[in-house]
Design a binder for this molecule. Structure first.
Ligand code: ADP
Ligand code: LRH
Length: 494
């Protein structure tokens, strides 16, 4: 059987990539699972943009969506060129990005204003306003979503005007610009705080109680369905045929990453999706909506094939990348490789911080904020966190590993699942020191990889929709296992 080609557009908070993937349905002599090979044809940096202060003196942070869309089209053009060189056709395109953010689009399709980034301070004022209308206990009962101050519903409450506009989540906005079709992909819709966790559809009751216009979001679309085909201008700019479909995938990047966690069939799917955030949890088939779950701030986000991603947002490598940005600006050592080597040489048992604290959400001055938090937390031996970059890095990684261990223990208590290993996927799976510290803190074997889990999950859902492979998530995961090499870290090896 011949190979099949698909394109993944995967845009994270720190970088984006466009990937041409080859799926080989031919199971070969060993009768194994289909294999996927990825070619990253285009990479580009991403990050929040400082847009000054608003009338209340609050910092305004945005994303450059037109810039991202230009990069996406450049990537699609490169993918088309590589496919042409190989004499293959791009069968479809899938898009995933970070969650919760949206653009407001008018009837003519124009953006009301540049898109706000979720780290923007505007929701500080609106969280209490929303909770006044619907108390947090009630929100949890309906949506099963953890409290994060930047969840879409708090952002929408900051909008001076919604009538006459539709809210398009970021992957849906990119799909709209590619195809002209307006839809809301289900896994990402589940991060808005407006979807009913039990039914998987918009909660009419919450819309009413929060005074949100009906039809604010376009109709839902589930992974595997098609948004539409390329607009003529996009086909012209990218060189791809106009009949190329854009297929919905787990458009919330974490949903695509979890779909590609290389767990074996029958194994509990326990994961740390490690990038800007660390998403720590398990896959379930039903939400957990208990008061204990709410108190522990666990979320029930929707995954591919109607699964539940039962997890917590734990602080992530944002703390490290923001610190690196600061050190680079000061002319100090900022290379990841050098910092990690120096941090690995430091002794265990140093100062730790609460990586989940809201004080780390905003950009700028990260090392100083970390040192201040470490001083407040203190250590039994009275050690002080110096301003040496290596010491700060070690503090971040020790604190992340400890938070992962706490969260996995809680996951087991709240969900009743007791996984025998934890899979670390995403960019952070390359961080050997963090993987080793995680194995030591959790006492579980850590299986690291794939780095590009999100893109793999994106591709596999498209491949299945095109009939290039079949089966449920276990079949998709078998294809991941057949395609990548995992690295195992055990507590004993630390
Ligand atoms: P996002 O999708 O949120 O933008 P990624 O999954 O791309 O995040 O992960 C980005 C993070 O991965 C970086 O902040 C960095 O800390 C980590 N990372 C990337 N490359 C390496 C590497 N070679 N070694 C260790 N860590 C790495
Ligand atoms: C990770 C992620 C996470 C969300 C956050 C906004 O990229 O999508 O799952 O909570 O970004």
């Amino acid at each position: 059987m011949s190979t099949r080609s698909f394109v993944a557009v995967d845009v994270g908070a720190s970088s984006g990539r466009v990937i041409l993937a080859t799926v080989s349905p031919d199971r070969g002599a060993d009768g194994g699972a289909p294999r996927v090979a990825l070619d990253v044809v285009h990479r580009f940096p991403n990050g929040v943009i400082d847009d000054g202060v608003d009338s209340a003196g609050k910092r305004v942070l945005r994303w450059d969506l037109p810039g991202i869309f230009a990069e996406v089209q450049d990537g699609l053009a490169k993918a088309g060129e590589l496919a042409a060189e190989r004499g293959v056709r791009v069968e479809s395109i899938g898009i995933d990005t970070w969650a919760v953010d949206y653009g407001l689009v008018d009837a003519a399709g124009r953006l009301k204003e540049p898109v706000h980034a979720y780290r923007d301070a505007r929701t500080e004022a609106t969280v209490p306003v929303v909770h006044e209308k619907v108390p947090p206990e009630k929100l949890y009962e309906v949506t099963g979503l953890q409290f994060l101050p930047f969840t879409t519903l708090y952002q929408l409450a900051a909008e001076p005007r919604l009538h006459g506009y539709q809210a398009l989540l970021i992957p849906d906005l990119l799909a709209f610009w590619l195809t002209g079709s307006r839809r809301t992909e289900e896994t990402n819709a589940s991060t808005t705080g407006l979807l009913d966790a039990r039914t998987g559809i918009w909660s009419a009751q919450l819309f009413e109680e929060l005074g949100l216009p009906e039809g604010l979001f376009p109709e839902l679309i589930v992974p595997g369905e098609t948004y539409g085909t390329l607009l003529p201008a996009v086909a012209e700019r990218t060189g791809l045929p106009p009949d190329t479909p854009v297929v919905a995938v787990g458009s919330h990047d974490t949903a695509s990453a979890v779909a590609a966690v290389p767990a074996s069939e029958g194994e509990d799917v326990a994961y740390i999706s490690s990038g800007t955030w660390s998403l720590v949890g398990v896959e379930l088939d039903k939400p957990v909506l208990t008061e204990a779950s709410r108190a522990a701030n666990f979320t029930n986000e929707r995954g591919v094939d109607g699964t539940i991603r039962y997890l917590r947002n734990v602080g992530g490598l944002w703390l490290l990348s923001e610190s690196q940005r600061q050190w680079a600006a000061e002319g100090r050592e900022a290379s990841l490789e050098a910092l990690l080597a120096a941090a690995a040489a430091l002794p265990a048992g140093g100062p730790q911080i609460d990586v989940d604290a809201e004080e780390f959400l905003a950009p700028d001055g990260m090392p100083e904020r970390i040192r201040a938090a470490a001083a407040r937390a203190g250590t039994p031996g009275g050690e002080v966190l110096t301003d040496e970059p290596a010491a700060v890095v070690r503090c971040i990684l020790d604190s992340l590993a400890a938070a992962y261990a706490r969260t996995l223990t809680q996951t087991a208590q709240l969900s009743g699942r007791r996984p025998g290993a934890v899979h670390v996927v995403g960019g952070g799976s390359q961080n050997e020191l963090l993987c080793r510290l995680t194995a030591a803190a959790t006492g579980l074997p850590v299986l690291a990889g794939p780095v590009e889990a999100t893109a793999l999950g994106n591709i596999l859902v498209q491949a299945r929709a095109a009939g290039a492979l079949d089966g449920g998530l276990p079949a998709l995961r078998a294809a991941v296992r057949a395609s990548v090499q995992l690295r195992e870290h055990t507590a004993a090896a630390v």
